[in-house]
Design a protein around this ligand. Structure first.
Ligand code: ATP
Ligand code: MG
Length: 569
């Protein structure tokens, strides 16, 4: 490719409205263009990279017997109603409808703009495959997804429109699903190794949602621009997404003597920050108590140390609820006789269940809401002012500094960008669409399913986040837009010959044939980030050689054409 012809050519300024390195470099170097928040055009340079990323993904999906399809972006609302009313429950779901009267006169239907494809692929599979002989099988696509994300962030890392490889597997049994699921982990590991981010990408246990009691598995790349927090157990290497991290609070030690409980008036003092200032105590002495209601309308109190938040998913597991939600102000008042903000774990009406987090364990002289409007109590002690609970639980959101309960070791905590996610769906979607197969003995049995996603555009952004320096991108060879960036300094004729020769050898080459200063050419070559830079100038020609530099190395070498060819082949 001649750089003089390349669309659009690099920009000179950093885009002002982008904070992440990947967005800055990808926009400035002309890989992508921002259309609006969360929506990007992939430009020729970007498409060359994305195409290679998706080729690698495709190869690995084919290797586990995935068959490629291409499903539509639009789907009927009806499908999404069937799957436990996901039409009304998925908070990022977009719809599409005729934009004006004339269009709506032709057809006034409203469609879903797909954010994922379980709701499309399950009826497809059901239509085609229903004998035990047909299983297992897996379908995948690489396709555009639409999600109404609250905060598109970091360029193509979180878009409202983005590309994803999504594979769906179908099995006769849970055991069959599990076997394929393990194979998919290997395939995913291969993908991220080949993309050059394998070393920093960790299989991370995450919530199984309402599909399974087991975990799902995320592929989290350690990355400052990532939006997830990963907790790694150093002794075993096991990683947890924050949402499911088992956590033990480091104990809050105090050498004080046990004091007598005191009722303190603190009108309008609500929340731990206020309490810390007002009572002049450490935040670890405060107690956060919230009133929840489960799906049956039963109330419970949940309490954590003031420096923690409650993890509702953990709470659900502890109290065996399908879901919990915060009780409304009037419900709280009725239940404990005080207003929200003054709720505590002392003087709790007997019938109310209290779930205490283990961060409350071992504290002395702590604070709690008094269950009396405008009042708090201080110097509260277990055994003295309330009974020591029979059991403490883990219902908190883990934070940096927490310990892994099984071994007591401190987690290593890092930010992660989720580049992939695999899910044992089990029978959630097959039940919804009544997808059964006929077994050998003629009986009808439910199909087991798994789903497996990789964000290819996000992966492209993450690779830039990981592989760059202060001058620009450093693409791994497998996905670089071009292998060689040829730069001529005033010697276009000789350079043209070499360009043609390398092209004839099927080497992907970008030739900077522009009549501009060498300084700009070098700067743009570093910004674009091809693995090899080869310079032809009067100086190099004198030696009968080219000046060759790898993008990720400092040293230049002088090589003949033949030596260069040998090196890059
Ligand atoms: P996140 O937690 O980051 O919102 P998710 O868990 O909702 O992602 P999945 O439904 O598991 O995402 O989608 C599969 C993959 O698609 C993700 O692992 C991620 O790589 C990618 N992906 C998801 N949402 C986006 C987005 N808004 N922009 C770009 N890629 C995305
Ligand atoms: Mg996910």
């Amino acid at each position: 490719m001649l750089q003089s012809k390349l669309f659009p050519g690099s920009l000179k300024e950093n885009p002002k409205d982008e904070k992440s390195v990947s967005a800055k470099y990808l926009i400035r170097a002309g890989f992508v263009d921002k259309v609006m928040a969360g929506v990007y055009t992939i430009l020729p340079l970007g498409w060359r990279v994305l195409d290679k990323i998706e080729d690698i993904i495709r190869e690995e999906m084919n290797a586990i017997d995935g068959q490629q399809v291409f499903m539509p972006a639009l789907s009927p609302q009806e499908n999404w109603r069937k799957t436990a009313d996901r039409l009304n429950k998925i908070d990022v779901l977009f719809e599409a409808r005729g934009a004006n009267d004339e269009s709506r006169r032709r057809n006034d239907a409203t469609y879903v703009l797909n954010c994922t494809h379980e709701d499309v692929v399950t009826p497809l599979a059901k239509k085609m495959r229903f004998s035990y002989k047909d299983f297992p099988f897996a379908l995948y696509q690489i396709q555009t997804k639409f999600r109404n994300e609250a905060r598109p962030k970091s360029g193509i890392l979180r878009g409202r429109e983005f590309r994803m490889k999504d594979l769906y597997s179908f099995h006769r049994s849970e055991a069959g699903l599990k076997k394929f699921y393990e194979k998919s982990k290997v395939a995913y590991t291969n993908v991220f190794n080949r993309l050059g981010i394998g070393e920093e990408t960790f299989i991370t246990l995450a919530s199984g949602g309402d599909f399974t009691k087991d975990f799902s598995h995320e592929f989290q790349t350690e990355c400052e621009a990532g939006e997830d927090l990963v907790f790694k157990v150093k002794s075993t290497g096991v990683c947890y997404n924050r949402e499911v991290t088992p956590s033990q609070a480091p104990e809050f030690k105090s050498e004080e003597e046990i004091k007598k409980m005191e009722l303190i008036e603190g009108k309008g003092i609500i929340g731990v920050k206020d309490l810390v200032d007002f009572l002049k105590i450490e935040i670890e002495r405060t107690t956060k108590t919230l009133v929840y209601k489960n799906e049956k309308g039963e109330f419970l109190l949940a309490a954590v140390r003031g420096d923690y938040e409650i993890n509702e998913e953990k709470l659900c597991k502890v109290v065996r609820a399908e879901r919990v939600e915060l009780a409304r102000a009037e419900e709280v008042k009725k239940l404990v006789g005080a207003e929200i903000g003054y709720i505590g774990i002392v003087n709790v009406p007997e019938k109310v269940k209290v779930i205490m987090d283990d961060s409350l364990k071992g504290r002395i002289n702590f604070e709690a809401g008094a269950n009396k409007t405008n009042y708090h109590v201080v110097n509260v002690n277990f055994g003295q002012d309330l009974e020591s609970p029979k059991e403490f639980f883990d219902i908190k959101i883990a934070k940096d500094g927490d310990l892994f309960p099984a071994t007591g070791e401190k987690y290593e905590v890092f930010k992660g960008a989720e580049v992939g996610n695999i899910f044992p769906l089990n029978t959630k979607f097959s039940e919804a669409f009544d997808y059964r197969f006929t077994d050998k003995d003629g009986s009808k049995k439910i199909v087991y399913m798994g789903s497996y996603g990789i964000g290819s555009t996000r992966a492209m952004g993450v690779i830039v986040e990981k592989l760059h320096d202060e001058r620009g991108i450093i693409w791994p060879e497998a996905i670089a837009p071009f292998k060689v960036h040829l730069i001529s300094i005033g010697k276009n004729e000789e350079a043209s010959k070499l360009y043609e020769k390398l092209q004839a050898e099927k080497i992907e080459i970008l030739f900077d044939d522009r009549d501009i200063s060498p300084g700009i050419k070098f700067a743009e070559a570093d910004l674009i980030g091809c693995p090899y830079r080869a310079v032809i100038s009067a100086k190099t020609l004198e030696k009968g050689k080219l000046e060759v530099k790898k993008r990720n190395e400092k040293e230049v070498e002088f090589l003949t054409e033949e030596e260069l060819l040998k090196r890059i082949k």
